[in-house]
Design a protein around this ligand. Structure first.
Ligand code: 5GP
Ligand code: ZN
Length: 114
């Protein structure tokens, strides 16, 4: 359920601080420590699942809740003009923290040209 070496499990357990924006029994959402956008939130399950390629049917409920939460949080955080959701999976997916998480980027896009 929890991996003692996992940084996001430590955040779930309150052993590492975070700027929390949402919490319930299954999910936690907090600001990314190195934001790539004006609003950059991570939505994670409290249970330790390393990556999206390791989910199964028993995870269906909180997986759905992650997607439902993204637009609610963006609205609460004042994002009115759209946002981007990203789940990096595995080495070729650019994943660095091996506890499943969804990035939600809001505000003007830093990657947009012009
Ligand atoms: P990944 O590349 O695995 O999809 O993204 C991991 C993200 O976690 C990165 O954007 C990184 O800035 C963020 N991150 C890593 N460690 C911490 C931490 O201790 N606290 C917070 N709030 N974000 C973290
Ligand atoms: Zn973990």
């Amino acid at each position: 359920m929890s991996d003692p070496n996992c940084i996001f499990c430590k955040i779930v357990a309150g052993q590492i601080p975070c700027k929390k924006v949402y919490e319930d029994s299954e999910l936690l959402a907090f600001h990314d420590i190195h934001p790539w956008a004006p609003v950059h939130v991570l939505i994670i399950p409290k249970v330790h699942v390393a990556m999206l390629s390791e989910v199964d049917e028993t995870h269906e409920k909180w997986l759905g809740k992650m997607l439902l939460l993204a637009p609610k949080l963006m609205k609460e955080l004042g994002v009115t003009n759209g946002f981007r959701t990203v789940i990096n999976t595995g080495p070729d997916g650019g994943q660095e923290v091996y506890h499943l998480h969804m990035h939600v980027f809001g505000g003007p896009r830093p990657w947009a040209k012009g």
